[in-house]
Design a protein around this ligand. Structure first.
Ligand code: PHE
Length: 451
């Protein structure tokens, strides 16, 4: 049976490949969620990626991503938030970038990093793309959005072109009677944690580099950022305490697992918040970045049709890496596996440790070539080509060697591709075929010279 994306493109996998070789990579239109998108020079989303948009793993109550979403939502019920989980992944450049104040030359807009259906439509790169509409329609003080997001990226055990984020936001009105008192009460209502916090900015939340917005008083900034930070500490604490229990259950005896969780706040920059921060969690001997946040720029609220008196915060947290820790999942590809031996292991409301169904051997193959000087090849383009032919049989791709010939000035690159299936042993013949398709596509699309 054809998958959705193959039907959309009206091609089987094999003809899609021939199509790549001879004509153009993309059909005249892409049919997604009942809408037709006319392709153009911006189109770069392959059928395989489009087919991921059907999965909606965060909505599956028995999938690790869905279980994690549930765990967080359950702990935030009754605290004034609406939960949105049904936004479809196609958004406009207006929603993903413009309304949030991304400058025209922001790298996030690049075709190298983002999957475009056409010049005006893309697969959202973050859940912030829905802030505008949630601010417009939300009737509670705050909201959470959980959704699948898409980015062109490298291939390894923790990177997949689709992943999941949870966005949170909360607003107040400057017209509230005794707003500062109200903020203090709202802060006091956040369940306390034992977490150890390193925060050089708690009492002085803004400075020249990380400025406050002029429409807020110093005290409003301090109180709202404290509310934001305490909310995130509560969230991070609840998931990482579970991750600790799960690591101990799986047999880990590391010292830090018996100590209170440690987090630190660092300054950050996002076009639509100011001041902005990131929270990092001390995990396995290193600081793990997990969440960006800040006080929402007034312009974003005004763009959403809200009156001038509104002020508040927003954050966005990645779910996949946290779910990997919670469930002991060693490779992000497993989330997308349709193998029952994966799916059957997880049940609604339960944090269980993944039992590997056996480790299938992998095979490493190099691809070496001279780059065509007129046709630059970005790492993400190479990743996309490898993914197009190898799909989920690719465990990782790493740049092994790069040099410039001293006489000719020609540039050579060598990438090492690790082929490994999560579900079975691969045959040499099938790897050879994929590998030669990768080489063929590199030659056709980027005119490289295989060495
Ligand atoms: N969307 C940002 C990201 O993907 C995270 C973020 C959300 C930052 C909301 C600030 C406010 O990195």
């Amino acid at each position: 049976m054809l998958t959705q994306s193959q039907r959309v493109f009206g091609l089987t996998r094999r003809t899609a490949f021939n199509f790549v070789r001879h004509v153009s990579k993309y059909p005249p239109t892409i049919d997604l969620d009942g809408k037709l998108y006319k392709t153009d020079e911006w189109t770069n989303v392959p059928p395989q990626i489009l087919s991921l948009t059907e999965r909606q793993l965060h909505q599956d109550p028995n999938h690790p991503i869905g279980i994690l979403r549930d765990l967080i939502e359950k702990n935030f019920r009754g605290l004034g938030y609406t939960f949105y989980n049904n936004f479809r992944p196609t958004v406009t450049t207006f929603q993903n970038f413009d309304v949030l104040g991304f400058p025209q030359d922001h790298p996030g807009r690049s075709k190298l990093d983002t999957y475009y259906l056409n010049k005006e439509h893309l697969l959202r790169t973050h859940t912030s793309a829905h802030e505008h509409e949630c601010f417009q329609e939300c009737e509670t003080p705050g909201y959470f959005i959980t959704a699948d997001v898409y980015r062109r990226d490298e291939i390894d055990r923790t990177h997949y072109p689709a992943f999941h984020q949870m966005e949170g936001a909360r607003l107040w009105s400057k017209n509230t009677k005794d707003l500062e008192k109200q903020l203090e009460n709202d802060i006091a209502a956040i369940p306390p944690t034992e977490i150890i916090v390193e925060d050089p900015f708690r009492d002085a939340p803004f400075n020249v580099e990380n400025p406050k917005q002029t429409y807020m008083s110093d005290n409003e900034v301090r109180l709202i950022s404290t509310h934001l930070k305490k909310t995130l500490e509560y969230l991070v604490n609840l998931v990482f305490e579970e991750a600790k229990k799960s690591a101990i259950k799986a047999g880990s005896t590391e010292e830090y697992l018996n100590e209170p969780l440690k987090v630190r706040w660092v300054e950050a920059y996002f076009p639509w918040t100011s001041p902005s921060w990131e929270i990092e969690v001390w995990w396995k001997g290193e600081w793990l970045e997990c969440c960006g946040c800040g006080l929402v720029q007034q312009q974003v609220l005004l763009n959403s049709g809200l009156p001038e008196d509104r002020l508040g915060w927003a954050f966005g947290i990645g779910l996949d890496r946290i779910a990997m820790l919670l469930f002991g999942i060693p490779d992000i590809r497993l989330f997308w596996s349709r193998d029952e031996r994966f799916g059957k292991q997880f049940l609604e409301g339960q944090i269980s440790t993944f039992q590997p169904f056996s480790k299938y051997p992998g095979v490493r193959r190099d691809v070496s070539y001279w780059v065509n000087g007129d046709n630059a090849l970005h790492t993400n383009d190479l990743m996309e080509i490898v993914r197009a032919h190898g799909g989920d049989l690719i465990e990782s791709v790493v740049l092994k060697d790069e040099f410039e010939h001293p006489k000719t000035g020609k540039k050579s690159q060598c990438y090492s591709i690790h082929y490994q299936s999560m579900e079975r042993t691969l045959t040499n013949a099938e790897i050879n075929k994929i590998h030669s398709n990768v080489e063929g596509d590199l030659v056709n699309t980027f005119q490289v010279e295989i060495r």
